[in-house]
Design a protein around this ligand. Sequence first.
Ligand SMILES: Nc1ncnc2c1ncn2[C@@H]1O[C@H](COP(=O)(O)OP(=O)(O)OP(=O)(O)O)[C@@H](O)[C@H]1O
Length: 677
Amino acid sequence: MSSTTVCTPEAQDKRTQVLGTLRAMSDAGLLRHLDSAFAAFIATLDPGADPALLVATAMLSRMEGHGHSCLPMAGLPATDPTLFGWPTEAQASVAALWHDLPPKLEGWLGAATASPTAQRIGRDPDRGQPLVIDGPDTAPRLYLRRYWQFERTVGRAIIARCRKTNPADEARTRAWLDRFFARNDGGQTRKSPVDWQKIACAIALRSRLTIITGGPGTGKTYTAARLLAVLLATAAEPQRLRVALAAPTGKAAARLKQSIDGSLQSLQASIGNELDLATLTQRIGAARTLHSLLGARPDTRRFRHHAGNPLDADIVIVDEASMVHLEMMAALLEALPERACLILLGDKDQLASVEAGAVLGDLCRDAQAGRYSAETARYLMTTTGEALPDAYLARTGPSPELAQQTVMLRESLRFDGPIGALALAVNDAKDPALPGTLLRDDATGSLFVSEGAAQADVIESAVGGRPGASASYLDYTRALNEGPTDGSVDAHDAWTKNVLQAFDRFRLLCAVREGDWGVSGLNRAIERKLESARQLKPQGTWYKGRPVMVTRNDPTLGIFNGDIGIALPAAESPALLRVYFLDGERLRSVAVSRLAHVETAFAMTVHKSQGSEFEHTMLVLSAQSGNVLTRELIYTGITRARKAFSLFAERPGLLEVGAGSVTRRESGLLQVLEEAE
Ligand SMILES: Nc1ncnc2c1ncn2[C@@H]1O[C@H](COP(=O)(O)OP(=O)(O)OP(=O)(O)O)[C@@H](O)[C@H]1O
């Protein structure tokens, strides 16, 4: 660390005062206790630290808690409380804290760079300082070292992989792609002039990283399955091809495997014996959570697989990549063998993970525009016969390397009815009134809206369904109360699957956790309602039929954050309750006594619902949603619905407020990518 800063008695007083104010803000709920404690920690490391650095440090910690990977220091001189997501009532505390702090960026930057606790990139040597300042003097970014490191790891690995080309036999590739992507495949008539799925496959065949983004039902997994078939057809040693499938949650992993298997099966039927896709399907094995793929270990953040012990795979396909946070993406990229191809599938418009980083969103910066180079256009013409429309070419300006490996699928084949139209209206936000109009005017029964509703209305629909959408929690309680047909293990398995599948037909999604319109209030209210309807007997913590969501990874038990199961009498000893989970067609169970980190899961947050779909999805917007209510949240909620979507808003206007509010995650990943290019 560089020289220690000078400490005058006045400066000491000011420091003490600032630390006291930060603590008081934590007590008032404006900061986490961790945020003020981190500032105090920096003050102990550097007793001469400028008060501005201590405030910046607390803000950085708070930003990280809100999913940002860094703090853009240019925002610090402005005492605008909304910058840090505080309510306007916080104005007085913020003004008191900022009193006497530097009015200009130079003052804040000077305070930070003077401290031995911060490394200014390009100037100071790395001495393991806890803080890092990167970026130009006009727009510096303050980081916790680990997040700075993750960003660099991800940015550099991404560009390095884009640069590593796989020698492709273009004529052979063309022959197979023409077979797998016939013009009128599977009876579907494409509206788009370009076959983006075919293009995505060709792009993925030429390099070691590909990003395929698109809304629900645009064929991301369909494309990935065809890609696997072409790889098998063109590999030098097809029998040795090692494929790993993964997703951030168990549910998403199971869906990926099911969908890939289904696609490979129908492809096998259409091409006959020329390729042995059945053996490939068997060899691929189960899809895993990223935690399990990388080898999560109890009590440590380090994985079993890393650069020194890479994954044993040639192709790694990761679905629901929007949920992969910065730290996980860094770990995944580090654990990939150099020769392996990584295929990231995801919807860039969905909510990012709760943890820091919006990696897929950042990586997909050019997905909509394309920005393809003349060489990419040539390669695609040769390998697919598809001519990229001019609008997607980088006619002026550079054609970024990552953009050449990114493809956006633009046509939904499963999701083009009223729900798809609603999701699109929310996402492209051209007409703020359109989502409300679509909801109110829907005549098909797919959509429903109630604004200014009471909690009782929500519960009524959740338990009894609504006209046009019968799926509700009654489906699962009926299945539950039917019980197994006899005492055999087979009958128990069949019953358990039936209960779990019935529960999965419907879900209540919330924007917030607390309050009558949050997860906790609605969970309690639904339990009470099902009890009074004599459908459940919720006695004690554990009861027959209690649906739960796992809230912490437990690699030893093989359960992961977000997994959903239901407590049921054990097959072999009905007096004991076990929680049963369903992965595709496979049942697993864990004794309730071993599950410490779970919560009741009638209602769940939209965040936790990612990677799942339900026949009927009900989105509940609380008037107390604050800045959680965003376009990404509403879009993600809507796109969880397969056949019916219902919106209950505590008061009118919440839909419009949310749809008009776009999440901005601060990150330096794009700068790292630009520097690496
Ligand atoms: N080119 C195509 N021709 C025929 N059917 C297709 C085509 N592309 C996709 N489909 C079908 O459309 C449906 C949706 O495709 P898929 O599940 O691959 O979409 P997805 O983008 O992965 O969706 P999600 O985001 O929900 O996982 C599937 O039933 C798939 O078989």
